[in-house]
Design a protein around this ligand. Sequence first.
Ligand code: GAF
Length: 388
Amino acid sequence: MTGERAGNRAAEAFAARFGGLPEGVWAAPGRVNVIGEHTDYNGGHVLPVALPHTTRAAVSRRDDGRLVLRSLQHPDDDADVAVADLEPGTPSGWAGYAAGVVHQVAGSAPGGLSVLVDGDVPAGAGLSSSAALECAVALALRDVLDLHLGPGDLVDVARRAENDFAGAPTGILDQSASVLCTEGHALFLDTRDRSSEQVPFDLAAAGLALLVLDSGTTHHHAASGYGDRRRECEEAAARLGVGLLREVPDVAALDALADGTPEGERLHRRARHVVTEDARVLQVVGALRSGADPRSIGPLLTEGHASLRDDFEVSVPLLDACVEAAVAAGAHGVRMVGGGFGGSAIALVEADAVDAVTAAVADRFAREGAPAPRSFVAVPSAGARRLR
Ligand code: GAF
């Protein structure tokens, strides 16, 4: 759907629900991360691209002090709450991500807000649908409430909604991707000092495609598993005497963790993932910057998957099967993306091999008793923007 059509659709749905057109419509994309998983909360590097899939927020101010939230994707789940009564966890569910953004600027929105949400970022697929919603609402509030928020502030407002209101202890990867990515580029972001660079990422020009394969699985312990990994990284950093695992110079410096106890061994593996993954981001960026054939980054992606599977233990058997099948079908590199415990994988493939790789993965999934993956080619797209 074009931005214009998406903006009109949200505006018309807003008018049908609230009467009258919204003050505007804003959109923010989901993401896939090319490389750099579970590095963000360790102060490391990430390299996401924005998806063409977006979440749209049509927004107007009100004068009755209420925040009324409606989603076309959750038509039976409107939220209607006094702005003054917003508190972490209330409302919950999809509306919590939007409400968490409003909560932070509640003092600037005493009259309340009407918000109509529409979108096509697949939910529960590890493609950052929640960050897309947060960022679309943050951008909308900047404009309708005339808030002085730069791009970094928008990222922070959106991330705090996720961390403090929705209660998910994430880093800044997803919100940074949604706000800062640009068309045709991957965003090379240093999550410690927040410096960033737009790295040209035109796979089509090289005859390649970045295929997204959604395994359709989300494990019930995804949230607790993520929190566990974060705590393990903090514990490993504390035992090594550094503030963040980013400060560890190389894997040899992790030897002190492996003290022969099961916990020490586990922390060693967790930290080894973070340190090697950060190095992989730098290698991938180095290759892309130097104009090397993008096929050359493929093995680094597959190594990243092995590290997430074996050292960080956030993959699931169906994602491992996806990686195996796609590699066997000729993909240059394949890895799970996002927090893990289900969700999607990306495969770097020849453009003319998209169908063959997709079919090979579907075939493997059938043998595993799973439905065919939902799939699409990710074209690096624009970050959050106003549609109308
Ligand atoms: C999730 C989190 F939201 C991100 O902050 C990041 O940690 C990612 O998992 C793993 O790289 O998407």
